[in-house]
Structure formats: C-alpha cells, structure tokens
Design a protein around this ligand. Structure first.
Ligand code: NCD
Ligand code: ZN
Length: 347
C-alpha cells in the first residue's frame, strides 16, 4: 500500500496555548485536521463560556484564511466552583463540547483543578442531564501511589464510583496509557470513549532513558512499559468505536523542558497523522486508521464525519529537530525529532 485516503480526520484532544505561542503552532493542526477539541488549561484556566468563546475567536484570528477549513471546538475547565448554570450555558453553545476534569495537581496547569469530585455534584448532574461530555485526565494524585500506577488506581478509586453515581454521563477517558484503561473502556457500560496519543502507541518508557534523560518524551500520563503500549495499539486498531484520535499535542518551549524540573507534554502536532499511520502500519492495520482518526470520535460527539478527504502517501521524511515557537526567538522540539517517517500528507 503506497497511499492511504481517509475522510479529513479530527483531533479530539489538543493543547494550543495562547497568544504568539498559539499562533506559531495552530497551523500544524489545521493542515491535517478538520476539527479539534481544544483543552482549557491556560493561565488563567478557561472556566466560563465567555472565556471559551473569546479564546476560540483568538484561535480563528490567528489562523486567518486557514480558519475556513478548521473548526476548533472548546472545552471548559471543571473546578470546585463550576455551577449548573455554567453547564447549561455551555450546553447551549454549539462551539463548546465538553468540560475537562483535571484532578488538582495531576498535570500541567492543573492547580485550579478539582480537589474532590463531591464538590462538583451539581455540575456533573447537569452535564448528565444536558448530554455534555466530561473529558477526564485519569490519574490519582495521591503521592503514595507510584507514578506508573496512577491511571490504574484512578479507574477503581474515581472513575467507577463516578459512573455509578452518573450512569448517563458521557465520559471520555483521555490519553489512556495502560492495558487496564483499554480493558476498562472496552468492557464498560456506555456511554464511554477514550483518546489515544501517538507517543503512547509508538513508544514505551525506555524512550525516556535512551542513552540519557530524554525530556521531549516526557508527558503525563507518563509512557508505560511495552506490554501497555501493545495493549493500546491493539485497542486503537481493533475497530472499536470507543477508541479515537486525540494527540494531546502539548507545546512547551525547549528551555522549559530541558531543565531541572522540566514541563510535561509532547509536541506531536507537526507530524501527528503520519505518526499514527506509522503506528497502525506497524501492525498491518492501516485499513483501520480511518475509523480511529475520522469516524469514531465524531460519532461519539454526535457529529458527522468529514465529507472532505485527505491523502497520505508513502514518502520518507525526517521529523524536524527543532521548530520556531512564539515570537521571542524560542524553539520547540517535536515528538520523535530527527526520526524517520514513512508517510507524508499529500497537498
Ligand atoms: C499537558 C499540557 O502540557 O498542557 N501535558 C501533558 O503532559 N500531557 C496537560 C495534560 O494533558 O495532561
Ligand atoms: Zn492534554
């Protein structure tokens, strides 16, 4: 197979940041994807409909003419203070699709996150009633729990009890990284879905220590051992509509990752689709890429798949070592910098 044609795909988990940083990265996503679900962990976080719509306008303005073929959908940041009124207002806006649950302290810019889900009962009940999706960063923050086990513990301690209380709540388990999460999503009661990133399909935790410490492979939830990578690859390529594409592309300037306390996040946007193609081809399943990348996520969010198509062609390329970031002369290192890719997007 030397080409792969699919409906224009969507990225259901994307960090764009704001201002000049956002303007320098958003074009990479718009070139490949028709729609994206934009995460709200800005500083300060996007906690209201008004803030989300203003942020969306800034994204469209930064894109200029490219905004004609790229639709950003927005998320609101769930906090202990989120009201049922805010949920109703979000449900009224067709540009807002979800709330995002960050357990406080779990990841980048999660300081305003939820300290105890019991404080969010009214908001969660309204989400369930209105059919508003809850996107979940699924890791416990208990310092007693080993960092590699935080996702598995989250399923038992938080996710199962949450879904027992709100069985109709539409949940997306974001960026799953373990066989436990893949198994849970596969067998759980509807409505549930999960996104999977390119790094968790292509790399295991050895990549963090390959010949030295590798900060550009560090994200949260952290890469896991090989058996988990294989379980995720199996889930993504299984054809199950519960698994769909969400890059979790999370740009951080090079100097903020290469330091004594470096930021979590892999910047996969520039070559995201080719990276996924690489992963799917590694198990002979390019035929399942369209479901994962173009159909399953849209269906979960109640949207039509794209009527446009894009074409990937077999063509060797090398991922850039470094790219410009923002307007202050900073740079950013993409995921798998310097590595070879077999696929390229045809113009
Ligand atoms: C994300 C970021 O940098 O905003 N980082 C990451 O490692 N994935 C936050 C997140 O999605 O956890
Ligand atoms: Zn994320």
């Amino acid at each position: 197979m030397n080409e792969c044609v699919l409906p224009r795909p969507d990225d259901w988990h994307l960090h764009l940041r704001d201002g000049a940083d956002m303007a320098s990265v958003v074009g990479y996503s718009a070139r490949q994807f028709g729609r994206a679900l934009v995460m709200p962990n800005l500083k300060p976080p996007v906690v209201s409909v008004q803030m989300a719509l203003a942020y969306r306008s800034r994204i469209l303005a930064a894109l200029g003419p490219a905004s004609a073929s790229f639709k950003p959908y927005m998320t609101l940041y769930l906090t202990d203070q989120t009201s049922a009124d805010e949920v109703r207002a979000a449900a009224q806006s067709e540009d807002i699709l979800a709330f995002k649950l960050y357990p406080a302290g779990a990841t980048t810019n999660s300081e305003s996150g939820v300290t105890d889900l019991r404080r969010c009962e009214a908001a969660l009940a309204e989400m369930e009633k209105q059919g508003v999706v809850l996107c979940v960063h699924g890791e416990v923050t208990d310092p007693q729990v080993d960092v590699f086990d935080r996702e598995a513990f989250f399923i038992d301690r938080v996710l199962i009890p949450l879904r027992q209380r709100f069985p109709g709540l539409r949940v997306v388990f974001e960026h799953i990284t373990t066989s436990q999460a893949a198994d849970y999503v596969r067998q759980a009661q509807e409505p549930i879905g999960a996104t999977i990133t390119p790094q968790h399909l292509l790399f295991n935790r050895n990549s963090l220590f390959q010949g030295g410490l590798r900060p550009h492979y560090y994200c949260l939830p952290v890469l896991k051992r090989e058996s988990h990578r294989l379980a995720l690859l199996e889930a993504a390529t299984s054809g199950s509509p519960r698994f769909f594409l969400g890059t979790d592309s999370a740009p951080h300037a090079r100097n903020t990752k290469e330091m004594d306390c470096g930021c979590a996040g892999c910047f996969s946007a520039p070559d995201a689709l080719a990276l996924y193609a690489q992963a799917f081809e590694s198990v002979g399943r390019l035929d399942r890429l369209a479901g994962f990348a173009s159909h399953h996520g849209a269906a979960f969010y109640g949207l039509e798949s794209s009527s446009e198509t894009i074409r990937l062609v077999r063509s060797a390329q090398t991922i850039a070592e470094s790219l410009p970031f923002g307007n202050g002369g900073q740079t950013i290192v993409p995921l798998a910098a310097g590595q070879r890719l077999d696929w390229a997007l045809a113009n």
